[in-house]
Design a binder for this molecule. Structure first.
Ligand SMILES: *Cc1c(COP(=O)(O)O)cnc(C)c1O
Length: 432
């Protein structure tokens, strides 16, 4: 390690011992990083090939206004997404405000009063509780007579096949499968396991719609849920597939008839996909998708590095430093509210934007407890950018993700440790 690097980090507030520990951990990760790079390379070719096949051209960067009829860029973008996901159709819009909105559109569009939604993988993401009506909420699907059922994962993280078989009934219309653990400590599902689950469910009820909440999973593996039988796959553009350049938006890809339903729900019956001005975002959406495999790889390296580092320091981490990854989220159990605050403040202090502000916990809409969020991001709430969220409740875990570049992710993680050390909430191993 050159002295120049040491001095560079020191000038940025990272003590020598912290960098030295980081470097020691990195030296054990070269094989992992090579693996991550190879996945990114395969995904890069997948995206590039989709762009070539669908003839992305300079004209695609033009914008539409008003109704947004005949928007070549928007139509090409959607064709590119469909190709990347090996799906029949796609809806990729700035008018989809976030991942929750994309999921809400997909759920509402493909159910009718009397239908039932089943989650065979336990409780869905917090913000969906109001959408579905698991928690009473104005305008929830429950208010429209759509019911909900859930089968939890087994204690070892496996699927409860007997429970799932028993839960599927004549009203079961749509299966909601969340790939990522979200704010939980259950394991994230690999695409392969999602495929096994879908095959089992289709074996019981072939015409049920299998929808995957793909948030944080895109480009972490070389295949996506639509490659293993998912009828719909849904996510946010301020996470992986936006590549850090999409300023907002969400996507829905899958079977044509179900995507069409989504379009009629997002705009109006009769108008569907034909309308929706792109307002200048086509270039950012396309360029962001182009960068997404590399950006996701950087975020993954950050997650693996954080896992190994915090594991070495004696903290609980999910996933651990050596297991396979299926999303970019890293959970670190810090054990106290003070440590959660310090970790998040370290991440914030490492940010390119708003590095001088001190994040405070607040009652975020859609979440159960107060949450502290560190996000010095170019786009509000963008979690493909380096960010950390910590709900202030036991076991006092932080959920850490993103990093538009690996170097920034590394710096942020070292800074989080620096902040913990300053408040004596962590201790360096004796050897450092
Ligand atoms: C982030 C996330 C969502 C919701 O996305 P928003 O853009 O925050 O609305 C839904 N599901 C999972 C698993 C997520 O990680």
């Amino acid at each position: 390690m050159s002295d120049k690097i040491h001095r560079t980090y020191e000038a940025m507030g990272i003590r020598r011992e912290v960098l030295a520990l980081g470097e020691r951990i990195l030296s054990e990760l070269s094989e992992r990083f090579r693996n991550i790079d190879e996945i990114a390379e395969i995904c890069q070719m997948k995206v590039l090939s989709a762009m070539q096949k669908n003839r992305v051209s300079e004209q695609c960067f033009e914008t539409s206004t008003g109704y947004g009829y005949n928007d070549l860029g928007r139509e090409t973008l959607e064709a590119v997404y469909a190709s990347v996901f090996h799906a029949e159709d796609a809806l990729v819009r700035a008018q989809i405000t976030c991942g929750t909105h994309a999921l809400a559109v997909a759920l509402a569009a493909n159910t009718r009063p009397g239908d039932e939604i089943l989650s065979p993988v336990g409780k869905p993401y917090d913000t969906l509780e109001g959408v579905i009506g698991i928690q009473p909420a104005k305008g929830s699907l429950a208010e429209y007579g759509v019911t909900y059922r859930q089968v939890d994962l087994l204690p070892d993280g496996g699927f409860d096949y007997d429970g799932i078989r028993a839960a599927i009934n004549e009203r079961t219309k749509l299966i909601e499968i969340q790939r990522s653990k979200g704010y939980q400590t259950r394991p994230t599902l690999s695409v392969e396991r999602i495929g096994e689950l879908i095959a089992f469910i289709k074996g019981i009820k072939p015409d049920v719609i299998c929808m995957v909440d793909n948030c944080y999973g895109e480009f972490v593996e070389t295949i996506e849920p639509t490659d293993v039988g998912a009828d719909l796959c849904v996510g946010s553009l301020i996470k992986n597939p936006g590549g850090g350049l999409a300023p907002c938006g969400g996507y829905i890809v899958g079977k044509k008839e179900y995507v069409e339903q989504c379009a009629y729900r997002l705009t109006t019956p009769g108008l569907g996909k034909e309308v929706g001005a792109s307002l200048g975002v086509n270039r950012s959406f396309l360029q962001g998708l182009f960068l997404a495999p590399t950006v996701t790889a950087g975020a993954l390296k950050g997650a693996v590095f954080a896992a190994r580092l915090y594991e070495t320091l004696g903290f609980g981490v999910v996933p651990n430093g050596t297991e396979e990854r299926y999303d970019i989220i890293q959970a670190v159990t810090l054990g106290s509210p003070e440590a959660v605050l310090a970790f998040c403040r370290g991440i914030q202090a490492a940010a390119p934007v708003d590095s001088y502000v001190v994040p405070e916990p607040w009652a975020m809409p859609g979440y159960h407890s107060d949450v502290i969020m560190a996000a010095g991001a170019f786009f509000q709430g963008s979690s493909i950018e380096l960010s950390a969220d910590g709900p202030l409740e036991p076991p006092y875990a932080v959920y850490f993700q993103g990093g538009l570049t690996w170097y920034h992710a590394k710096f942020g993680i070292l800074m989080s440790l620096e902040y913990l050390l300053r408040e004596r909430l962590a201790e360096l191993p004796k050897t450092e």
